[in-house]
Design a protein around this ligand. Structure first.
Ligand code: AP5
Length: 240
């Protein structure tokens, strides 16, 4: 009993310490750098609809989307060292090591359009990523799109992407106009087998972040198991 109590007290102290650190970093950034950067995180399992909903959030907030998945795929198609290193993890449905992801994020956040904050899509995905992020930017809201695992496989396997515009479609839930259907592509990791590994990685390494952000008071939960427009409307309500 004593051990349980002391571990609860210890955890509480850790949370208070973490909150104070966040506050300190925030004040320091404002006072010394004159910068008031505040970001939003889109959080949820693979196929929850993060990329789909990012467009509406960008329109509403003006924040640029920063998708680590898109950045890794771009690095891979350019054949950079980082892209090649990430390749085997992505194709196996595993998370890319934190050090590589944090390098990408640090570089991206130096860009001019990121100075007032960004919309993170698919980042952070581990507690160390979230802790590193807290030293770079405030996170004002984490939008968690919840979808049961049994709906995820159908979404992922039916996903198609327009390589010219980046728009995301679905063979059943969001069919593309017939004039562009021939140019649509399917992601290499969008197979039934890989999605199961991605879901495992999500539950073991990423889902604990919900508790992390809940304790910081910024987590907002959205039912992602509705049609796309209803999910968008629920998110927009959070942003007004
Ligand atoms: P990433 O590209 O981030 O993939 P993901 O998180 O698995 O997310 P998805 O892009 O698959 O799904 P989404 O939630 O954006 O859904 P979407 O809107 O497209 O990451 C890929 C890989 O890169 C990872 O596996 C990992 O290896 C690596 N990686 C990336 N970031 C990392 C990080 N921070 N740390 C470590 N490794 C990292 O929707 C899916 C489909 O469903 C679409 O067809 C869409 O039309 C449809 N749909 C959307 N909403 C609905 C709805 N409400 N109803 C019906 N259908 C819907």
């Amino acid at each position: 009993m004593d051990t349980l109590w002391s571990s609860m007290v210890k955890r509480k102290q850790e949370i208070t310490f973490q909150k104070n650190i966040f506050l300190w970093v925030r004040v320091k950034r404002k006072v010394f750098l004159g910068c008031n950067m505040s970001s939003i995180v889109l959080f949820g399992p693979p196929g929850a609809g993060k990329g789909t909903q990012a467009t509406a959030i960008m329109g509403k907030t003006g924040l640029p989307q920063v998708s680590t998945g898109d950045m890794l795929r771009a690095a891979l198609s350019k054949g950079t060292d980082l892209g090649l290193e990430a390749k085997e993890y992505m194709e196996a449905g595993k998370l890319v090591p934190d050090e590589l992801i944090l390098l990408l994020i640090e570089e991206r956040l130096k860009e001019k359009d990121a100075e007032n904050g960004v919309l993170f899509d698919g980042f952070p995905r581990t507690i160390p990523q979230a802790e590193s992020l807290s030293k770079i930017t405030d996170v004002s809201m984490v939008i968690s799109i919840e979808v049961p695992d049994e709906n995820i496989v159908e979404r992922i396997v039916g996903r198609r992407m327009d390589p010219e515009t980046g728009e995301i479609f679905h063979v059943k839930f969001k069919p593309a106009p017939s004039e562009i259907k021939n140019r649509l592509i399917q992601r290499k990791d969008d197979t039934e087998e890989t999605v199961r590994s991605r879901l495992n990685a999500y539950h073991s390494q990423t889902a604990p972040l919900a508790g992390f952000y809940q304790e910081l008071g910024v987590l907002k939960i959205i039912n992602g198991n509705q049609n796309i427009v209803d999910v968008t409307n629920s998110i927009i309500e959070l942003l007004v």
